[in-house]
Design a binder for this molecule. Structure first.
Ligand SMILES: [Zn+2]
Length: 226
């Protein structure tokens, strides 16, 4: 990955996005959909799958895809139920695929740079390790779904198995190079607002304001809020 790579070049039109807070750990799910074909993806189905599917029905959508940012339980507990009810393909980084694999299930490797179609729209997988070994953000034209890599005003922990503070630093730097107006949809509702922008996070997120990796490491490994 070159440091000046333009992750957003050539992106397809962005899916419409509906953000829903679910469960007991302030998780955010997103429903991403194509308004033409009504095909939809659900990000990190874990909690309240029935409620998500009611919303899908209300919007007259058909779920074809589950997009997994990482495989901690609070992001994947509902994958089995969602697949059972919709037959959705599961998009996940190969390093974490075994946590959501099952006989007969369609898995799609979310390798870095891969475009995932959602009807006539689409998102691009960005490998962003650090919280987990296969952490993935999904970039659309104008927004990015960041899982537990970047929160509004925060970032994910790096002290779980597979976590790596240096990788997290690189992943945050990568997100910070996205177009500054890019809207951020985080994996938890931990901030002052439900979404943010890259520009706002660069200005205000203490983890992004660190000048050096050493400063970041000290801050990240001391703080254990998330
Ligand atoms: Zn997590």
């Amino acid at each position: 990955m070159s440091p000046d790579r333009d992750d957003a070049a050539g992106l397809p039109p962005a899916p419409e996005v509906v953000q829903i807070e679910v469960g007991l750990m302030q998780n955010f799910c997103e429903i991403l959909y194509c308004p033409d074909t009504r095909e939809a993806a659900i990000v990190d189905p874990a909690w309240e799958v029935d409620r998500l599917l009611r919303e899908v029905e209300r919007l007259d959508l058909r779920v074809t895809t589950a997009l997994i940012t990482h495989t901690h339980h609070d992001h994947i507990e509902g994958v089995d139920l969602l697949v059972e009810k919709t037959g959705a393909a599961v998009v996940v980084n190969p390093r974490e695929a075994k946590q959501v694999g099952a006989p007969g299930r369609t898995l799609v490797d979310a390798v870095d740079g891969r475009d995932i179609a959602i009807g006539k729209r689409g998102v691009r997988a960005l490998e962003t390790r650090g919280h987990t070994v296969g952490g993935t953000c999904y970039l659309a034209d104008g927004y990015v779904v960041t899982g537990d890599v970047m929160f509004v005003g925060g970032c994910g922990r790096t002290d779980f198995p597979g976590g790596d503070t240096a990788e997290m630093w690189r992943s945050l730097q990568r997100l910070a190079r996205l177009p500054e107006e890019t809207r951020v949809y985080p994996g938890h509702n931990y901030g002052d607002t439900e979404t943010s922008t890259i520009a706002h996070e660069i200005r205000t997120n203490r983890f992004l304001r660190c000048a050096t990796f050493e400063e970041f490491r000290t801050l990240r490994e001391r703080k254990r809020p998330a």
